[in-house]
Write a protein that binds this ligand. Structure first.
Ligand SMILES: CC(C)(COP(=O)(O)OP(=O)(O)OC[C@H]1O[C@@H](n2cnc3c(N)ncnc32)[C@H](O)[C@@H]1OP(=O)(O)O)[C@@H](O)C(=O)NCCC(=O)NCCS
Length: 195
């Protein structure tokens, strides 16, 4: 009896699962969890193409989370591997150029939590930063790269696995580590490619 009463009490909550907003969340979850092979990436791209600020045809693997659609551009031929998160907030934009590759589990956000005020929990503090993230054409970010706003990665650059990028990276660089430091230039090997 007690159980039934509690179910009845929460009936509004149960039914809210079917309201418009939550139905869209289910749909979004479904789209994100589709496989990374066969027709499914194309299906996912069709879902995103009219929602992002700007995009060419790009690939996403399973479990990629893209949020802040109206602030995000993704160029033709880009490839976003499994479990990546691209999250734009505030006014700061995130732009991926053409033929950009993101390795598995990269996180790209445009803002960070403010950490200045110690009198209130950080979760309640506003997000800061309005510089955004620009990743130019033909960059390759290895697995688990993290970028938290205010960064431009120049054309043709490679960012090593597990790097945290907090400064601009010149074009055709190879940068590794946390924080990421440029260790070489791809131009030395004369391997420039036009995209
Ligand atoms: C950066 C990378 C492309 C290698 O570039 P490279 O020019 O061939 O570099 P090298 O292997 O010659 O290494 C140069 C130096 O950088 C270091 N280094 C290379 N990758 C590194 C990384 N991810 N983090 C920290 N240091 C790294 C090497 O240890 C070496 O240091 P040393 O000179 O002190 O020995 C590669 O290491 C990498 O991170 N690839 C990403 C792999 C990945 O994530 N794949 C899955 C996604 S598709």
């Amino acid at each position: 009896m007690k159980k039934i009463k509690s179910v009845l009490k929460n009936i509004g909550l149960y039914f809210s699962v079917f309201n418009k907003e939550n139905r869209f969340s289910w749909w979004l979850h479904f789209i994100r969890s589709l496989p990374g092979e066969g027709v499914f990436p194309e299906f996912r791209w069709r879902f995103y193409k009219n929602r992002l600020k700007d995009c060419g045809k790009f690939y996403t693997h399973t479990g990629v989370i893209i949020k802040g659609w109206e602030l995000i551009s993704i160029g033709e031929g880009s490839w976003i591997n499994i479990g990546c998160m691209i999250f734009a907030t505030g006014k700061a934009q995130i732009s991926l150029g053409k033929n950009v590759m993101l390795g598995p589990y990269c996180v790209i956000t445009s803002q960070q939590h403010s950490i200045l005020d110690t009198t209130q929990p950080m979760i309640k503090q506003s997000l800061t930063g309005d510089g955004g993230v620009i990743i130019e054409d033909d960059c390759w970010l290895g697995a688990h790269v993290v970028i938290a706003g205010n960064v431009r990665i120049g054309k043709g650059s490679v960012i090593g696995a597990n790097s945290f990028v907090n400064k601009d990276i010149p074009a055709y660089s190879i940068a590794v580590g946390s924080p990421a430091r440029v260790i070489k230039s791809r131009l030395q090997a004369n391997t420039q490619v036009d995209t």
